[in-house]
Design a protein around this ligand. Structure first.
Ligand code: PLP
Length: 273
């Protein structure tokens, strides 16, 4: 596997990041995951814009997006595969012990892994922890993902593939790596960005392409929604057939199936929407 590290392609086995990298020691970094098909990244421009927004939110130096774009192209060319996940990681760089911030150049890593098509339906559970919609990291795709790691492990212990968070006000927020949509009286809704959720790129495209409404929703909407689905780069649109102890036997229902079809068609027609 060939990856990009700080300005050059390298063999992954011999590419090293410093043990003093601030991204590793304190999670002072941001990242993006993109889906790739036959060497073409989906929605690259949107992912780069979000990378820059997250970096700004963390107070990291502005990433050189031309370099990131070039790195993605070179990594994709060096590792041909039909369906892949491209991971961009950008951190504060080396920070000697005792200093608050990286003192040298930031670290940029671009790597490609395999991906597979997800099943059309899956399961999720709610977790007892909350997303802080007013927290410093709200809406940023930072490498400080410990909370998501813990919540996802809890979901897996309970046999589910995703954990769903409420925010501190008790409103439905998002999953550990996905946004959430619900159908109420036949209409599609998703929590607004003010709920503290990540500005998911799949979420934004589904809102644009289906006209879904951004609505503040109480967590217990999960007990009564006619249909529920998750969105993310690697899931696309994925229906829930169970949430906590509730079964949704008809999943994917008609609204979800339509959203999935629209997403599939539009995203195939335009690789960088
Ligand atoms: N919410 C969180 C916390 C995420 O980490 C992700 C993606 O990994 C998403 C939502 C979905 O975002 P996207 O559709 O851009 O993959």
């Amino acid at each position: 596997m060939t990856i990009w590290l700080n300005g050059a392609l390298r063999d992954a086995d011999s590419a090293h990041v410093s043990v003093f990298d601030h991204g590793m020691t304190v999670g002072d970094g941001v990242f993006e995951t993109l889906k790739t098909t036959h060497g073409r990244p989906f929605a690259l421009t949107r992912h780069l814009a979000r990378l820059a927004d997250s970096a700004r939110g963390l107070g990291l130096p502005e990433p050189d997006l031309d370099e990131v774009r070039r790195a993605c192209a070179e990594v994709l060319q060096a590792n041909p595969m039909p369906l892949g996940r491209l991971r961009i990681t950008y951190t504060g760089g080396i920070s000697p012990l005792g200093s608050d911030r990286g003192t040298g150049a930031p670290t940029l890593v671009v790597a490609l892994g395999t991906a597979s098509r997800r099943p059309d339906t899956t399961t999720a559970v709610t977790v007892p922890w909350t997303r802080n919609e007013r927290g410093a990291l709200a809406g940023l795709k930072s490498t400080s993902y410990g909370e998501n790691v813990v919540a996802l492990a809890r979901a897996r212990e309970r046999g589910a593939t995703e954990a769903l968070f409420a925010n501190t006000a008790g409103a439905l927020c998002e999953g550990t790596g996905s946004n959430v949509f619900v159908v109420l009286d036949g209409e599609l809704h998703t929590p607004p960005l003010a709920s503290g959720c990540l500005a998911g790129i799949t979420r934004a495209l589904v809102v644009e392409w289906t006209g879904a409404k951004e609505t503040e929703l109480p967590l217990d909407v999960l007990d009564r929604a006619e249909e529920i689905f998750l969105t993310s780069t690697l899931r696309d649109v994925q229906a829930l057939h169970a949430v906590d102890s509730r079964e949704l036997p008809g999943a994917p229902g008609p609204v979800t199936a339509k959203a999935a079809r629209i997403f599939e068609e539009q995203s195939t027609a335009d690789i960088d929407p």
